[in-house]
Design a protein around this ligand. Structure first.
Ligand SMILES: Nc1nc2c(c(=O)[nH]1)N[C@H]1C(S)=C(S)[C@@H](COP(=O)(O)O)O[C@H]1N2
Ligand SMILES: [Mo]
Length: 342
């Protein structure tokens, strides 16, 4: 993207102003500040600030876009590429996500897919406009992730943990910030129709009842006990989410993704789950009575390993007739009593 344009819904901050957002200061600095890389790595390694300064230094002009709608274009950061740290600590084959953790009171954190870290060429900034990075803006060292809202750029970086499965960061988990955060797609909060306050409130209360939340991205979230009755959740992404006991009665979940979600005892009574994907989900005790299941899948024909977990406590009843023969066979094999009731 051109570095002189503004993503949708953003405004320029006053010239030469750099607003302070979130935490104001780190915890008291340790005697020797280090950045440690651990988790799914061949070798846990850490770097002192001096060691970081001895790696190849880069200068990069970055556009800052805060989710609270201000942008600051052309900020010049100096520091090192994260990929230069990885050449020593070497992510293992399982590594798919990177979690960044701050030396701050709440252990502030954020995460990114490893492939995005590589594609965006994430840097660790030590300098701003040629001087040391000011402490309030994350000095001595912060993450700078170009091409994402600035909450993907942790201040006062202490730990980088390579992960096989994602762990949501502080704002993503507690305030419903979008986990991809692409400003050009306006990925601010987990659903396009939510604003910050509404997202935080709904997440805290686990209450999506009657809400218009098309395309919500709740991948990997803990939403056990969620109330989403009558919700409009078309195209929702609930992959890997914890949704034990969730209520989706009467909800519109057409084309929703539930791959590998925990849906034990979830209720889909009279819901529209047409085209929804349940492969890999745990559906023991789930109740689909009265639901519309056309085009839904529970079993991957291409990869039989990818199948929903169903048993005699999964209630599908007559709706099973709406599935393709292959899907029906699979369901009848695991849920022989699934036809009970209607
Ligand atoms: N440690 C830490 N890092 C953080 C935050 C925070 O609260 N704590 N807030 C994030 C958010 S929401 C934004 S917009 C930017 C703000 O950075 P700035 O204060 O340098 O503008 O830092 C990000 N990194
Ligand atoms: Mo932010």
């Amino acid at each position: 993207m051109s570095s002189s344009s503004l993503p949708p819904g953003q405004q320029l901050a006053a010239p030469n102003k750099w607003p302070l957002v979130g935490e104001r200061k780190p915890l008291p600095a340790p005697e020797v500040w280090t950045v440690e890389v651990s988790g799914c790595v061949v070798k846990v390694a850490s770097w002192t600030l001096e060691q970081l300064a001895s790696l190849p230094q880069i200068e990069r002009t970055v556009d800052i876009h805060c989710v609270t709608r201000w942008s600051k274009l052309g900020a010049r950061f100096g520091g090192v590429r994260l990929s230069d740290l990885h050449s020593r600590s070497r992510p293992t084959e399982e590594a798919r996500f990177v979690s960044f953790i701050a030396h701050s009171e709440r252990n502030h954190s954020t995460s990114l897919p490893l492939k995005d870290v590589q594609a965006l060429d994430v840097m660790l900034a030590l300098r701003f406009e040629g001087a040391l990075l000011p402490e309030e803006h994350g000095g001595p060292v912060r993450v700078v992730t170009p091409g994402r809202y600035f909450y993907k750029s942790v201040k006062w970086l202490r730990k980088i943990v390579l992960l096989a499965e994602d762990e949501l960061g502080h704002w993503e988990r507690s305030a419903g910030y979008h986990n991809r955060a692409d400003p050009w797609r306006e990925e601010r909060y987990l659903a396009p129709m939510l604003d910050r306050r509404e997202a935080a409130k709904r997440i805290a209360a686990r209450d999506f009842a009657g809400c218009e939340l098309r395309s919500i991205d709740a991948n990997g979230r803990d939403l056990a006990g969620l109330d989403a009755r009558q919700g409009i959740l078309r195209d929702a992404n609930f992959r890997r989410a914890r949704l034990e006991g969730a209520r989706f009665d009467g909800a519109n979940l057409s084309n929703a993704h539930f791959e590998n979600a925990d849906l034990r005892r979830a209720v889909f009574r009279n819901a529209d789950v047409e085209g929804a994907d349940f492969t890999g989900a745990d559906l023991r005790g789930a109740d689909f009575r009265g639901a519309s299941l056309f085009g839904a899948s529970f079993f991957s024909e291409g990869d039989p390993q990818l199948a929903a977990r169903l048993d005699a406590t999964t209630l599908i009843a007559a709706a099973v007739e709406q599935l393709t023969p292959v899907q029906q066979d699979y369901i009848r094999r695991c849920a022989p009593l699934g036809g009970r009731g209607s």
